[in-house]
Design a protein around this ligand. Sequence first.
Ligand code: NDP
Ligand code: HEM
Length: 500
Amino acid sequence: MTDRPRLTTTSGAPVSSNQNAKTVGRNGPVLLEDYQLIEKLAHQNRERVPERVVHAKGWGAYGTLTVTEDVTKYSRAKVFKPGSQTEMFARFSTVAGEQGAADAERDVRGFSLKFYTEEGNWDLVGNNTPVFFVADPYKFPDFIHTQKRHPRTNLRSATAMWDFWSLCPESLHQVTILMSDRGIPTDPSRMNGYGSHTFSLWNDNGERFWVKFHFKTQQGHAHFVNEEAEKVIAKSRESYQEALYGMIEEGRFPKWTMFIQVMPEGEEEQFEEKTGWSAFDLTKVWPHSMYPLIKVGEMELNRNPENYFVEVEQSAFNPSNVVPGIGFSPDRMLQGRLFSYPDAHRYRIGTHYDTLSVNKPKSPVHHYHQGGEMTLGLATNPDAYYEPNSFNGPVEDPSVEEPPHKYAGQVGRHDYRGHADHYSQPRALFELFDDGQKQRLFGNIAGAMQGVPQFIVDRQLAHFEKVHPDYGAGVRKAIAEQGRDDAEASLSTSHSAAAE
Ligand code: NDP
Ligand code: HEM
């Protein structure tokens, strides 16, 4: 015996051998009674949980949010107490690739944050882009189908992507960001994060403000062009994991400055009258000139997880996790996400996903949910298992009720995306690009359109032209210069029916 701990079964009994199966004689068959062998094999069969249906490939780390400014006039949330420090966990991800996908691919990056506040967990499940491809949750599963594999070829389909985008011009803004230099950040520390949606804040006086959250990288933006990314991927599919894990191990802690944009409740009507954009349309930003960035504090990542599966794979972010002082908005995409994420977690990691270490709030948790698979722990007050009760069970706190919303209107399937101006904001972005950025944008789009049928290319070019004549002409020229790659064209999928 050594002083090392004794190997045991999962029920705690010592194990005599972890080398040899129990057989009948030296060359005989294995016995069914070798339960430890059976358990080992059975356990291995259950080592994976389903990967996330989107954002499957990710990288995570713990850190701290330090609030350096006073924004308490907008929100009563404890997390915004001036000078406060709140522990947090971040997970970055690509959207389309599976768990084994390469990190340095052109894609939007997820930017998920979980703040363990003293009044419960606040999750901000955003991206590295301030906008999204679609504005209605009805469109999300369709959009994601175009990003994933074609059911017949099992290949990604450029045809599906451009077919969908060209039929949904509200996607132009996000497509332009995706195809710009910012489409392949070099590593997670070199990109901004955005809450993207309009959320709300409410203060001690019951006043509500609409809000957008921004996290600006302090490391500076850095991106790969396609050729550089290809070289990185040829060497390593794990370049983001290596970079994030490595910099934290070396004590080079990445930081972001947190800002908010604030719009007093009621002003959204003037905003829409003035600009033609809904303040709750996820495909649009609020221009900084109208709603300047207000500094809140700084986020630093400074601790690597000990176990990737336990902490990163089992992390479960919910846009529905808000705390008193922070609320939702009528953004219909956000409303759809409030249902979708907790539903995904119950399926992916189980009913009690919130009791797993990475998800567990650091504030007290008291509720009346009962039982279910893998219920951990015993109730401290077993007689109070229903509500109301006379046995000192937990009670509600009306002081944390958020101010009422003033909604009125006709119930119906209202189409606002059809009326909105989808071209001015991509134009504002396009006009920010210098000539080199524009040329790379054209080249990236032309490359991504390889193999796409001409009628779809033409439909998309018409949108680019509406954004800016130079945008349309630039992409057209880049397509002509790159020529048609027949190998890619022949792999392009099932477009004949639509083309005919
Ligand atoms: P501003 O000139 O005040 O802001 C421009 C913004 O564009 C900055 O936030 C900058 O981010 C960002 N930016 C620069 N290059 C890129 C790129 N390749 N991809 C994505 N973002 C980039 O203008 P407005 O507020 O009037 O917005 C103009 C356009 O800028 C918008 O239509 C939108 O496309 C884009 N944008 C606007 C944001 C907003 O919240 N208003 C946020 C992000 C982008 P950084 O400071 O980090 O360099
Ligand atoms: C992950 C649904 C829009 C950012 C997911 C997951 C689902 C989902 C089911 C997997 C969750 C899991 O298994 O853990 C939806 C739906 C949307 C939507 C239905 C629209 C209606 C968005 C938008 C953003 C976003 C607009 C960003 C602004 C993310 C991120 C993750 C994610 C960052 C990964 C979370 C993590 O790190 O674990 N989404 N999504 N999604 N989504 Fe969305």
